[in-house]
Design a protein around this ligand. Structure first.
Ligand SMILES: NC(=O)c1ccc[n+]([C@@H]2O[C@H](COP(=O)([O-])OP(=O)(O)OC[C@H]3O[C@@H](n4cnc5c(N)ncnc54)[C@H](O)[C@@H]3O)[C@@H](O)[C@H]2O)c1
Length: 369
């Protein structure tokens, strides 16, 4: 099967289309003359589903494996592919996935505490990587990803997809050309209602469908102390230091990045201070819902605010800020420049990047590692 010709692949694909499905083995090993890129999605309860959707639409890319530590999530993923007449290899443990010879690249949408280790193990196993934002849970481990990418000559791209917006890129160019004069300050705002996640009274029981040891991975292994609408494990980890970074490192990181982009700053600021707290309610969460950060960049200061506290209990309406009050404002809760003619959906970037670089590593731009 490994020496399959384009003609026989087309025959097989036609067979698949006429409702007979390829086995996991055959689907992943079929390589046409165009050298399809075979991708595995790691973590797909929520954001990873967008990865599945995005990669599925790209010609020359095949999702050949799924990995998730939650067997319920896995069953849904497998059913999705079965509906298409395709089967995929399935893994609970990323280390086993990385042994697969049927995967060229790994797309990671796990919680933040797994990003760096997942990316580093992947490049060590010879795979290219797309990893969700934030690149890493903390700074040191993010730097280790860059070292590993360079050492193993693999591509690692992170998911700050606003960078793929042509309209924003044009706006940055316009501002940097001096059309607004000298920029004296960049201000960013994460303005998204975050309600209380409730308060538990002790250790919560992990549902049997979740392998909690693997879910915890490199973080400290402690029983979950949360049980809001997402249950004791998923999504609300964002609000615990052991796994997440609060909204500053969640929604806010997109807007921080846009500010940095406008300023033309590429590194961390030499000095930073931040104040904030989890205000307005007492719940299990640890990270601030209200925060101000001052980044002392040489070009101009970047002042960033997180405003997550709804106006009152049960309300989705936000407090007033800078003359705005979401949702009674005519713009989405995050800043966005929209170009109706924008030709490229953001996620295609990495596929183009991988496709290009897998075949010609010499042309890999510095910024892609
Ligand atoms: N770029 C964006 O706009 C965007 C949007 C949403 C989320 N995200 C990012 O995507 C990531 C996931 O967010 P989410 O909301 O989907 O979280 P989630 O908790 O809803 O889902 C995470 C999934 O990863 C699985 N998982 C955990 N550890 C794993 C492991 N070691 N191996 C395999 N699977 C594992 C979980 O079982 C779950 O299915 C986060 O880092 C988040 O910041 C990015």
């Amino acid at each position: 099967m490994s020496n399959i010709t384009r003609r026989s692949f087309i025959k097989l694909a036609a067979l698949a289309a006429s409702s007979a499905s390829l086995t996991a083995c055959s689907w992943s090993r079929v390589r046409g003359a165009n050298e399809d890129i075979r991708i595995a999605i790691v973590g797909f309860r929520s954001r990873g589903l967008d990865h599945i959707d995005g990669f599925s639409k790209v010609k020359g890319v095949r999702i050949t494996a799924l990995c998730d530590v939650d067997s319920d999530v896995m069953a849904k993923g497998v059913a999705l592919f079965q509906k298409r007449g395709q089967t995929v290899e399935t893994y609970t443990d990323i280390r086993k996935l990385l042994e697969s010879k049927n995967v060229d690249a790994i797309s990671i949408a796990t919680p933040n505490h797994w990003h760096s280790l997942g990316a580093i193990w992947s490049v060590q196993a010879g795979k290219d990587v797309y990893v969700e934002k934030p690149v890493s849970h903390e700074v040191w481990e993010g730097r280790k990803i860059i070292e590993a990418a360079r050492k193993y000559k693999k591509i690692v791209q992170a998911g700050m997809q606003c960078r793929s917006s042509y309209s924003l890129a044009e706006a940055v160019e316009w501002v940097q050309a001096g059309n607004l004069g000298k920029i004296k300050v960049a201000r960013g705002l994460c303005y998204k209602p975050r309600a209380s996640i409730g308060k538990t009274t002790g250790d919560q029981i992990v549902p049997p469908n979740i392998n909690y040891d693997l879910w915890t991975g490199p973080a400290e292994l402690v029983a979950p102390h949360r049980n809001g609408s997402f249950g004791p494990v998923h999504y609300d980890w964002h609000w615990f230091w052991n796994y997440g970074n609060g909204d500053l490192g969640n929604q806010g990181i997109h807007q921080v990045d846009i500010c940095r982009w406008f300023l033309g700053e590429k590194a961390l600021s030499p000095r930073v201070f931040s104040i904030g707290g989890r205000l307005g309610y007492i719940d299990d969460g640890e990270t601030p819902n209200t925060q101000m950060v001052f980044h002392d960049y040489p070009t101009a200061p970047l002042i960033f605010e997180v405003r997550g506290l709804p106006e009152k209990k049960g309300s989705k309406k936000m407090d007033h800020i800078h003359g705005l009050c979401w949702p009674n404002i005519p713009i989405p809760p995050q800043a966005m420049a929209i170009d109706p003619d924008e030709p490229l959906p953001p996620i295609t970037d990495i596929q183009e990047c991988i496709r290009h670089c897998i075949h010609d590593k010499s042309s890999m731009p510095e910024t892609w590692t």
